[in-house]
Design a binder for this molecule. Sequence first.
Ligand code: SF4
Length: 323
Amino acid sequence: MIFEDYYSNLLHHCALCPRQCHADRFSSKLGYCNTGAVFPVSSICLHHGEEPVISGKRGICNIFFSHCNLQCRYCQNYQISSNVIGVGPIVLELEEIITQLEVHLKNKITRIGFVSPSHVLPQVEIIMKRLRERNWNPVFVYNTNGYDRSEQIRSLEGRIQVYLPDLKYTDGSVSKAYSDAADYPFYAKEAIKEMFRQKGSEIILDEQGEILSGLIIRHLVIPGQVENSIACLRFIAEELSPDVSVSLMSQYHPVPATIKHRCLGRTLNKEEYAQVRHELEKLGMQNGWIQELESSAYYFPDFNRPHPFEEKNHHGGRGEHGE
Ligand code: SF4
């Protein structure tokens, strides 16, 4: 029995994420994320394009889960994140996942990233447990869109070493229009406060300068949404701490669904990015990374390839704050 009673109950009446659908994920009537009690994994691969402390020299082994509890119109991973029936996920057996992860761990990869884990938390727990039973203790990175319930984040305390959430919006009308979630700001702020309670603003690194523990908040600047970006940075500086590590991202790239949109159909311009960077400085936020504006093409994955990020990502697109 893969799903023990506790996880089974969570999936029978699913309220894992803020959508709180109460769907029975063992049935054919699924919730918003259209994900059953399976392991919907689109890709398990080495990734070198995360923040330098996350990727390190050898890369991080990322598990990309398919489907998502947010449906961002501009999602850069749209090939795997859509909940539309017919855009089906690749479902793997647990043993296959563990076998693939063990190949990377035996090759001295020390970090495993769960990408878009919010709708598959029981599956994440089972993967971590199975690896620990086999005496693997990698650094687990929870790489989330931020649309999480703080209760679930609390339940991960002590088992997730690195939180890597997005803070996408502080304005509910924007989150409604762009990600179909008017309550995103409320839930993301509460979830990130809980991550901050667990980790604080200090990042713990090993002797190679690679992360062992901590919180890094990502913010993608969306074309035409400078005010939203400034408000996100103010929340972090004023309600958490200006010392929290922030990864400011300029990699926005239009996707087929947004190509005709007035703002979402273009990349970020210099003036917009300069205003957001200026705010970061004004708030005294010196920890973290800033992507170069030219980064949009480098970070655009193709999940139709065995290695979605191959030859696209590189560390050169990110400079540390203040550089
Ligand atoms: S994880 Fe999926 S089914 Fe569960 S509450 Fe969220 S959207 Fe609904």
